[in-house]
Design a protein around this ligand. Structure first.
Ligand code: DX5
Ligand code: ZN
Length: 216
């Protein structure tokens, strides 16, 4: 599968409806919403008041990436705000199993994410229980950073672990993705690529999305 999930962290929030309308007609199948609390990561982004109108403005899959401490407190509200996938960080959850159950019982698909320094083997027990694994290829918190060397090997290792246990989860990669590396990230085993600055910084964002989908 080759899905592009543009991150609206790099959108123009003064013209958000315009940018969502552009994504809605683009070849991106998903829209990625980065929620940051200033505690789990050293930055604050946006929450429910932004996600609700985005939901109203598009029929694309809303891919909500929670970079917040103790995520179980808020997962139900993100589902109510319109998230199709709610992804939490393994490092932020006291009880990942309970968080998975809370997202699923609220009616959304479940994603689990790890930061670049977390051992990929920490995911093994969760692979059969989630719909999505989000592999961070930069330290979470900011757009516009460079793809960390060694991320391709991590993606391949997670792909192998998922295949070995028969897990059906999609693998999503987030951070430093552009047309320059999209082909090799897909090649390493990713199904979904998040890209923020590479898409919104392009002269023609819709054309950039097509180039990523078709990258060889
Ligand atoms: C970083 C966020 C990313 C970010 C990616 O913490 O999770 O989704 O928007 O931005 P780029 O594509 O610019 O690296
Ligand atoms: Zn993200």
């Amino acid at each position: 599968m080759r899905i592009i999930s543009p991150s609206i962290l790099s959108a123009d929030f003064g013209n958000l409806e315009r940018d969502i309308t552009m994504l809605d007609r683009s070849q991106a199948a998903w829209i990625h919403c980065d929620v940051m609390d200033g505690v789990f990561v050293p930055n604050i982004s946006f929450g429910f008041p932004v996600i609700k109108p985005v939901r109203k403005a598009t029929s694309k899959v809303l891919d909500v990436h929670l970079m917040i401490a103790d995520p179980i407190r808020y997962v139900k509200r993100f589902v109510e705000a319109g998230a199709d996938y709610v992804t939490f960080h393994l490092e932020a959850a006291d009880d990942a199993g309970a968080c998975i159950d809370a997202i699923r019982s609220a009616g959304a698909k479940v994603g689990i994410s790890i930061k670049p320094k977390t051992d990929v083997s920490a995911l093994n027990e969760w692979l059969p229980k989630v719909d999505l694994v989000l592999v961070m290829s930069v330290e979470p918190g900011f757009g516009g950073q460079s793809f960390i060397d060694g991320s391709l090997e991590r993606i391949a290792a997670i792909r192998k672990a998922a295949d070995d246990c028969g897990a059906q989860c999609l693998i999503e990669v987030d951070g430093g993705i552009s047309t320059a590396n999209a082909a090799e990230v897909f090649g390493a085993g990713a199904d979904v690529l998040v890209a923020g600055s590479a898409i919104f910084g392009a002269a023609d964002p819709e054309a950039e999305i097509v180039k990523m989908v078709e990258a060889r």
